[in-house]
Design a protein around this ligand. Structure first.
Ligand code: PM9
Length: 478
């Protein structure tokens, strides 16, 4: 069994790095502490998901066997990060951990000024409040739920300028996170550069399936936006994972380190929002990073209203220390290869099983194509929401809907958005699960796929006003 796994893993490595001779590799860590997980019965899971209104966000984690809801705040910290927790300087002002964090951000990402926040959306709130005016347009390479909401709450309107290939789950474009320069320039010409406070550029585009942007495209975007004097604000939540894909697949970058590529990406942008719960593997934290002193001054003033003093911004000193260490670990080549390698391992196996998944496999999860998985369900019957609950009932594996529920409603018409991508995300936390867990996930998805014809859809019976996917409730259609 183990030999088998290693051989297949080596196969992944071969396709991704093309070495001449096969050499097996394994996770670059050994396990020092374990947390037990418990299997439930099918009857227990049936009851639990009904009580949760068929929304995997509303399940209790003790009812979950393998938790692939998200990679956000769920990764395993290293012994060095835990040691950092003990070095917390919990002074209200001027904590030494803040200065360590600032230094790590300046060193690895190159941004000059740092405003810590409790997590990514705290940074999104501040940047939206200080840069967006009523009636502005914010072009971006596909929406992200919290990002778009903060843009709208600040009076702006998000405009999707990602390449068309990103909306096609079967298109094998290696950089589906790329910005369509024609779409971007057409928007600038239509509404005027003064109505565009910034371009929101994400690395490893989450809603597209964890799809990377290429450096070639980012450089061209930079050239275009500079022509019009428009800054780029980078959602750098998974920048190291994007950098790894550039190293593997973009000409001219095979010999560069992930650390160097991360820096090159950041240097092409004017500022960034970071949910540090992903790439840098902390359980909580985030920041806004900027190069413009005036903007920084405004952000630093605003953070004290909504998050906390500008030297902690909602984080404890110990969390800032763990984050500073996690940033350095996130760009280490053996770490990132194993992290993305595990996601690709599951993705390849499901692809070989004939299960419809978004191609190419992204960086932080495997995204099931619910439209092709359950072709008999229209989007009004919430196929991805249905599929996520069926996988949970089958095995206790928890996943997340990324389709019509996540897309929400049109702010003007009140109608559902019907996104092209109706997906279920099997998100892999970093350094948490073994390859054996991946096999259990694969077999569960296979089992549900074999019985897909029997699956009926869902009806929404409760819908909160904002970010409905977190708290909406559903009933099974008979
Ligand atoms: N992402 C995820 O599971 C957690 C919540 S689901 C809304 O993928 C990007 C690209 C994210 C992200 C969170 C945030 C917000 C911003 N940008 O959750 O506030 O993937 O730390 O970050 C989640 P916070």
């Amino acid at each position: 069994m183990i030999g088998d796994i290693i051989e297949i893993r080596a196969g992944i490595l071969r396709t991704m790095t093309t070495p001449k001779k096969r050499r097996s590799w394994a996770e670059p860590f050994k396990i020092k502490m374990v947390e037990p997980v418990f299997m439930t019965t099918r009857e227990q899971r049936q009851k639990a998901i009904e009580e949760a209104g068929f929304n995997t966000f509303l399940l209790r984690s003790e009812d979950v066997y393998i938790d692939l809801l998200t990679d956000s705040g769920t990764s395993a910290m290293s012994d060095r990060q835990w040691a950092g927790i003990l070095l917390g300087d919990e002074a209200y002002a001027g904590s030494r951990n803040f200065y360590n964090l600032e230094e790590a951000i300046q060193k690895y990402y190159g941004y000059k000024y740092v405003v810590p926040t409790h997590q990514g959306r705290g940074a999104e709130h501040i940047i939206s409040r200080i840069m967006i005016k009523d009636g502005d347009y914010i072009p971006g390479n596909m929406y992200f739920t919290t990002t778009k909401l903060h843009q709208e709450l600040a009076g702006g309107r998000f405009v999707d300028v990602i390449i068309d290939e990103a909306h096609d789950p079967d298109n094998w474009h290696p950089f589906k996170g790329n910005i369509d320069l024609d779409k971007l320039e057409a928007l600038i010409k239509k509404v005027g550069a003064e109505k565009i406070p910034y371009v929101a550029m994400a690395t490893a585009v989450n809603m597209a399936g964890g799809q990377p942007i290429s450096l070639e495209n980012l450089k061209a975007t930079r050239e275009l936006t500079q022509k019009y004097g428009i800054p780029i604000i980078h959602d750098m939540t998974r920048v190291a994972e994007n950098a790894y894909m550039i190293q593997q697949n973009e000409d001219g970058y095979h010999d560069k380190s992930v650390e160097e590529i991360v820096r090159e990406i950041c240097d092409l942008t004017d500022g960034a929002t970071m949910s540090a719960k992903k790439d840098p593997m902390v359980n909580i934290g985030g920041f806004l990073a900027l190069n413009d002193e005036k903007l920084f001054d405004e952000a630093r003033n605003m953070v004290v209203i909504y998050e906390g003093l500008h030297t902690y911004g909602g984080m404890a000193g110990r969390d800032m220390e763990a984050l500073a260490i996690g940033i350095a670990e996130s760009v280490q080549s053996d770490h990132i290869r194993a992290r993305v390698g595990q996601v690709h391992y599951l993705g390849r196996r499901l692809t070989e099983d004939g299960v419809p998944v978004v191609q190419p496999i992204g960086t932080h999860g495997v995204f099931l194509n619910a439209k092709r998985f359950l072709p008999h369900l229209s989007q009004d019957k919430f196929p991805a929401q249905t599929l996520a609950s069926e996988i949970y009932i089958d095995s206790g594996v928890r996943s997340m809907e990324r389709g019509v529920v996540s897309a929400g409603r049109d702010a003007e018409t009140g109608d559902h958005h019907y996104p092209e991508l109706e997906l279920v995300r099997l998100t892999i936390p970093r350094r948490v699960y073994t390859m054996a867990h991946m096999h259990v996930v694969e077999e569960s998805v296979q089992a549900v796929y074999e019985n897909r014809d029997k699956i009926k859809g869902l009806e929404m019976i409760y819908e909160p006003k904002h970010l409905r996917f977190f708290q909406a409730r559903f009933r099974k259609l008979s």
